[in-house]
Design a protein around this ligand. Structure first.
Ligand code: M6R
Length: 605
């Protein structure tokens, strides 16, 4: 949601900013804009719609030749997607231009106050109050004016500021919204995330909440909330530029599906040493907890639902899941004997951050499972286990989700061992099962062509059901979400045993039901649910382990996944469902990597 890019150096800023905005497109947006400093002040161009539209407008512009500038992709929150509401926003006197990610909660109060002083607002956005305040407080020192301005703001912001009086300098500030500074040679950058910078530099400095920065061609100065200088060395990013490119695939989503074996390997291998699970970043005594709570949004929540079942089976502790968007509105009983696990690919999901903060306020211990290093969630949580999925660009998560499963599985085995719940043989079998997952995932990917053919048969169905029990049900929820978000087909996930309590009324001839049958101990039960829907005319596509031959007598089509440890089936079972969503969306001509209305990282409530 919303993306920021900025540059100061000696090259023309517009091509660099445009390229950065293209890299940020995956975050989701509906308008875009760029502002540059030129010899005769600040100039900007903005466009509703895609970055290409902005590029067309920029080709016509004659006053955008600067070597320092800021750019933005906006996902509308306050005011419709329009040229005037798009960022950058300029102060009424033309001295300041800003781009902003986040939400200013008290903007109406500030707007009223400034309007009473005669300042005329151009847009309907919350952001414009920031730039008008900057100009209002300005007495020749931009940093002072910025500090005064941000003290007035309630809410979240990643902010970049150009001032006509400070050539070659960009000022930045951050509160609960990501902003990283890219350190180059004779040039510096900043952006919402590394994908926009990686072409230029792999050395980045994270800005922390409450900090401000002055970024010039040859220096980066950071200040704490009181204005004191902060010294911080850049960290080196290990991602390769190829990780942020499509690499010959038509879509990032397919590339990321295919990368899952490597992502699993990168996540699992360093944590399994001499047959033991080693979680260096986790300094927890599991015996201090009497309960575990997992919270997250969307697919990360679905990963949590799998994690709940694995954790309770292995640890014999009560484990609960709650959607992060509901977490803070419940009267949850949390205390120091509760371990709250938050799961997030981006580490920037607003609801998950709020849930994490609430858990900490209530005294719970917190563990984050996060993909993006240095993200807000990684910074706030007491303990972090990173998923090493690499950058995930497609809005629909795939490798992010399976690596979350891998970390939850690793953690469950580690925790159960700490609690003394596993004998030597069981522990070894589990570790062996984890180590096997990358190769098994690789084999599951062989299903792609077959799933592509099935998608040709079923892509025009209006509504589908995914059914399964226990772990299969948790995977069904993710399979259904994948299909919905990228193909726009209606689908629902049901615990197979629940069908007869109402939903079976919707089963009619031709209805496609995807039946997940990897939970072998419950196979007979799911098979009877398959018979019930078949009796009402449904077509059944089953996902089952290779060892299950009975399923051929029940389902119309069978996708066979390689056998794995019973607790780890979700890792391979989700793969055909990701492929199904992909191929159906492709058949239907959908914008697979950037589905409508969706953003990669949901940074608003
Ligand atoms: O970055 P996060 O893992 O916190 O994101 C949570 C959800 O927004 C995310 O999983 C979303 O549901 C995906 N689009 C699913 O593919």
């Amino acid at each position: 949601m919303c993306g920021i890019i900025g540059y100061t150096g000696s090259d023309p800023a517009v091509p660099i900013l445009l390229d950065g905005l293209k890299k940020l497109e995956y975050r989701g947006y509906d308008s875009a804009g760029i502002a540059v400093q030129t010899a005769d002040g600040l100039h900007m161009v903005k466009a509703t719609g895609k970055v290409e539209k902005l590029a067309e407008k920029l080709e016509q512009a004659t006053d955008m030749e600067g070597i320092c500038g800021i750019g933005h992709t906006r996902w509308a929150t306050h005011g419709s997607p329009s040229d005037v509401n798009a960022h950058p926003h300029m102060s009424a006197d033309g001295r300041f231009a800003i781009v902003h990610n986040g939400i200013i909660e008290n903007y109406l109060e500030i707007k009223t106050e400034l309007e009473e002083k005669g300042i005329v607002f151009a847009s309907e956005t919350d952001t414009e109050v920031i730039v008008q305040l900057l100009a209002y407080y300005y007495e020749g020192d931009v940093r002072k004016s910025l500090m005064r301005t941000i003290r007035r703001l309630e809410g979240s912001y990643a902010l970049a500021v150009l001032c006509a009086d400070e050539p070659g300098t960009v000022f930045a500030a951050r509160m609960s919204s990501p902003l990283i500074i890219g350190v180059g040679a004779g040039e510096n950058f900043f952006a919402s995330d590394i994908t926009a910078l990686i072409r230029h530099t792999k050395d980045v400095i994270d800005l922390d909440d409450g900090e401000t920065a002055e970024i010039r061609t040859d220096s980066v100065r950071i200040f704490d909330p009181y204005g004191n200088p902060v010294s911080r060395e850049p960290r080196h990013i290990l991602w390769d530029i190829a990780a942020a490119e499509k690499g010959g695939y038509d879509h990032f989503m397919m590339k990321e599906i295919m990368e899952q074996p490597q992502a699993l390997q990168a996540t699992l291998e360093p944590r399994i040493k001499d047959g033991r699970i080693v979680l260096d970043s986790v300094d927890l005594d599991m015996k201090q907890f009497d309960r575990i709570m997992i919270t997250a949004c969307g697919s990360a929540y679905h990963a949590g639902c799998v994690g709940r079942l694995v954790l309770e089976t292995l640890c014999r502790l009560p484990v609960e899941t709650e959607l992060a968007s509901e977490f803070r509105y419940r009267d949850l009983v949390l205390n120091e004997r509760t371990l709250v696990i938050v799961v997030s690919q981006s580490g920037e999901t607003a609801d998950t951050i709020a849930a994490l903060r609430k858990a900490k306020e209530d005294g719970a211990a917190t563990l984050a499972i996060v993909n993006v290093v240095g993200s807000t969630i990684a910074k706030i949580a007491d303990h972090v286990i990173y998923t090493w999925a690499g950058p995930e660009i497609a809005v629909a998560t795939t490798k992010g989700y399976v690596t979350q499963l891998a970390v939850l599985d690793l953690f469950a085995v580690w925790a159960a061992d700490q609690l003394g719940r596993l004998d030597h043989k069981t522990y070894s079998q589990l570790v062996k099962g984890l180590k096997a997952l990358p190769a098994k995932a690789q084999r599951a990917l062989d299903l792609s062509a077959r799933v592509g053919r099935l998608a040709k048969l079923y892509h025009d169905r209006k509504s589908l059901f995914f059914i399964g029990r226990n772990l299969d049900h948790a995977v069904a929820m993710e399979g259904s979400l994948k299909l919905k978000e990228i193909s726009y087909l209606h689908s629902e996930a049901y615990a197979a045993g629940e069908l007869k309590h109402g939903t079976i009324a919707l089963i009619e001839p031709g209805r496609l039901v995807v039946a997940l049958c990897c939970c072998e101990r419950l196979y007979e039960k799911t098979a009877s649910n398959i018979q019930q829907v078949k009796a009402r005319g449904a077509t059944v596509l089953a996902v089952a382990p290779e060892s299950n031959h009975q399923i051929y007598g029940e389902a119309d089509h069978v996708l066979r996944v390689p056998g794995v440890h019973p607790l780890f089936f979700p890792v391979v079972e989700i793969i055909p469902l990701q492929l199904l969503a992909y191929w159906v969306a492709r058949e239907n001509g959908c914008d697979i990597d950037k589905p409508k209305n969706l953003a990669k990282s949901v940074t608003v409530e």
